[in-house]
Design a protein around this ligand. Structure first.
Ligand SMILES: Cc1ncc(C[n+]2csc(CCOP(=O)(O)OP(=O)(O)O)c2C)c(N)n1
Length: 662
């Protein structure tokens, strides 16, 4: 069906701005916004429930631009609909330092951006988490206050990335029917036509994963509208394959990979605008078109007001709880519950694997923290993530608080970002520590965005034993510690584990990895009122007043070894202290005087950790002793492995003595 003149002009406003933004920046991606302008126009002017003046309204529909390279599409939409802060000046400074229009959309930087995208596949996978959270929150607070859709624009690249398979399988299985993906089916990527490297039938692929999947002409606005309308009624998630032309309107570049990722150039930009009937100066939107867009932006104001009225009918207690959870304010009772738990542990010291200690802490935490949602990538009995009383979420019932993610570490981590960003929940999910590699792109985005999922990573070293080197992390502590804004905790006993959980859950600006053991560890700590892990490290055992000749630093399971080495050294008349280092990077982030006090000035410093040395020199210095791993592990019983790799109290004492006598 032919477009009305206004429909056409609304879409062309996006095209014009995208052309101008990329021209001004002299870099960027004009093709996708030009191709998807019709789809975006239909979505934003006819369907998306949002109120541009209140971009954080809790029950808004979520829109996720998975194809983050097409960021000018999103910035144009935010400007056109009138989201506060997105002025034309921002568009004129696309990709420039200090403006709200970075190369790829960053939610922590730009109001109206729901999640950070750019690494292909992440947006659509994060969106699964948004859709999950909507269902869970609706099940807990009622449809009266939680009832919205999650819309995604995804590109060919998004669907080619492996993580998208995990995501669509999850959405299909859990029947996340309020997730609607508009696929920019333009058949073009950077190297050329998609046929160079892909022949997947996406319709069949999605259908086989439990989706509804339909084809539509991505330049027929009424057909797109009909497809979205049908999708809204579906009991399955929907893929709308929108057949589009990349760089639509560009006389010489439309339909080619040249349109994907470079400015059209002044001549082609001019020709494109003429071709599309766009007149006026760069960045100029005709007054009647801007007015129509602004009306679209305020279209949702009445829906928001109606929602506020419905919200006001909830009990005051429920309103306060909803707001607390959406604002990510942690429950007041958490600290108290952890302290009581620590005291109970100290009263009855038992040897326990820290994965088991984690479960014990969780049994207490889930009682006081209703927003904590747990899960595992098919390792529930190993990760010990299913705390007492937690009910599973099923496609039919989202009241539960336990998610079986299947063997999908990457999909789980991406969805956890979405669950957190949606608001109302703190997700925690488990797998083996070595498989942080499988989830790393989403974990990295969590750190960048400052979302606060907790990764329960068990089987944290050669201590897992017989599964061997494929499963034994050696470089993962260093690799994870290297991610900015990531916090890695490797607790040494049940009390530290409880403290690390508290710190993980009290964080509101970034994610946490808990690296936990398979093997039992003795209780080494007392139940102090203070959370001793809060500075990353602390003196676990001192010299009793005298000057220390040796300081031993250790994390996790090796703290026990360090304590035994200290006994040996003390017997030999070498005054030795032990510093437990549950979080090396948190220690290093302390103010100099705090750090200096914890590290101390013993002439001999030795660190022990069943992992590679990388990173420890900042504490022990280049001349410090290190007892740990220098390569991959091996398959065998734990005791044999620790002996084989020389990670023993005797070896630690020996290393210290050599330097002491030396
Ligand atoms: C994980 C990841 N790999 C590679 C890239 C670099 N990249 C950006 S866009 C793109 C492919 C573009 O093809 P498509 O997704 O079809 O987008 P379109 O050409 O339609 O804009 C690639 C490889 C990326 N952003 N993310």
């Amino acid at each position: 069906m032919a477009l009305t003149e206004m429909q056409n002009r609304l879409a062309n406003a996006i095209r014009g701005l995208a052309i101008d933004g990329v021209e001004a920046a002299k870099s960027g991606h004009p093709g996708m916004p030009m191709g998807m302008a019709d789809v975006a126009t239909v979505l934003f002017t006819r369907f998306l429930k949002f109120d541009a003046a209140n971009p954080h309204w809790a029950d808004r529909d979520r829109f996720i631009l998975s194809a983050g390279h097409g960021s000018m599409l999103l910035y144009s939409l935010l400007y056109l609909t009138g989201v506060p802060g997105m002025t034309v000046e921002e568009l004129k400074h696309f990709r420039q330092l200090g403006y709200k229009t970075p190369g790829h959309p960053e939610n922590f930087h730009t109001v109206g951006v729901e999640t950070t995208t750019g690494p292909l596949g992440q947006g659509i996978s994060t969106a699964v988490g948004f859709a999950f959270a909507e269902k869970m929150l609706a099940a807990q607070f009622g449809k009266k206050v939680v009832d919205h859709f999650t819309y995604v624009i995804a590109s060919d690249g998004d669907l080619m990335e492996g993580v998208s398979q995990e995501a669509i399988a999850l959405a299909g299985h859990y029947k996340l029917n309020k997730m609607i993906v508009l696929w920019d089916h333009n058949g073009i990527s950077i190297d050329g036509p998609l046929t160079l490297s892909d022949s997947v039938d996406q319709i069949k692929r999605f259908q086989s994963a439990g989706w509804r999947a339909v084809n539509v002409d991505g330049h027929d606005q009424d057909a797109i509208a009909a497809a979205i309308e049908a999708a809204q009624k579906s009991n399955k998630p929907t893929l709308i394959a929108c057949k589009t032309t990349i760089g639509f309107g560009s006389p010489h570049r439309a339909g080619t990979s040249k349109a994907h990722g470079e400015p059209l150039g002044p001549e082609e930009a001019k020709l494109s605008k003429e071709n599309l009937g766009i007149t006026g100066a760069p960045f100029e939107v005709p007054a009647d078109v801007l007015k129509a867009w602004r009306e679209a932006g305020s279209r949702g104001a009445s829906a928001r007001q109606a929602w506020e009225e419905r919200f006001a009918t909830l009990s005051e207690r429920k309103q306060a709880e909803f707001t607390r959870r959406m604002d990510h304010v942690r429950p007041a009772k958490l600290g108290k519950a952890i302290l009581a738990h620590k005291k109970a542990l100290a009263a009855n010291p038992t040897a326990m694997a820290t994965r088991k200690s984690s479960e014990a802490a969780l049994n207490v935490i889930v009682e006081v923290m209703p927003e904590l949602v747990l899960g595992s990538a098919d390792l529930t009995p190993s990760n010990n993530t299913k705390a007492k009383g937690l009910v599973e979420i099923t496609p039919k019932d989202f009241k539960g608080r336990y998610i079986h993610w299947g063997i999908r570490e990457h999909g789980m981590a991406a969805a956890m970002n979405g669950i957190y960003l949606h608001g109302g929940f703190v997700p925690a999910g488990g797998t083996f520590f070595v498989f942080t590699d499988y989830a790393r792109p989403a974990i990295r985005l969590a750190a960048l965005m400052g979302t606060c999922p907790v990764y329960v990573m068990t089987h944290d070293s050669i201590g897992l034993g017989e599964d061997g080197p494929t499963h034994q992390p050696v470089e993962h502590l260093a690799a994870c510690r290297a991610i900015p804004n990531m916090r890695v905790f490797r607790p040494c006993d049940a009390i530290e584990t409880a403290e690390c959980w508290q710190l993980a859950l009290e964080r509101t600006n970034g994610p946490t990895i808990l690296a936990l053991t398979r093997q039992n560890l003795p209780l080494l700590r007392e139940a102090t009122t203070a959370n001793l892990c809060a500075q990353g490290a602390y003196e676990l055992a001192g010299t009793g007043g005298g000057k220390a000749a040796v300081t031993l630093f250790a994390s996790g399971s090796e703290v026990e070894i360090a304590m035994n080495a200290r006994s040996i050294l003390n017997q030999r008349g070498v005054p030795t202290r032990v510093v437990s280092v549950p979080s090396l990077e948190l220690l290093l982030a302390q103010p100099e005087e705090v750090k200096a006090k914890i590290i101390g000035d013993a002439p001999v410093k030795v660190a022990v950790e069943a992992a590679v040395r990388f990173g420890w020199d900042a504490v022990i210095g280049p001349d410090g002793g290190f007892v740990g791993m220098t390569g991959f592990g091996a398959s065998g019983p734990i005791k044999d492995l620790y002996n084989h790799f020389g990670i023993t109290a005797e070896a630690v004492a020996e290393t210290a003595l050599r330097r002491h006598n030396g």
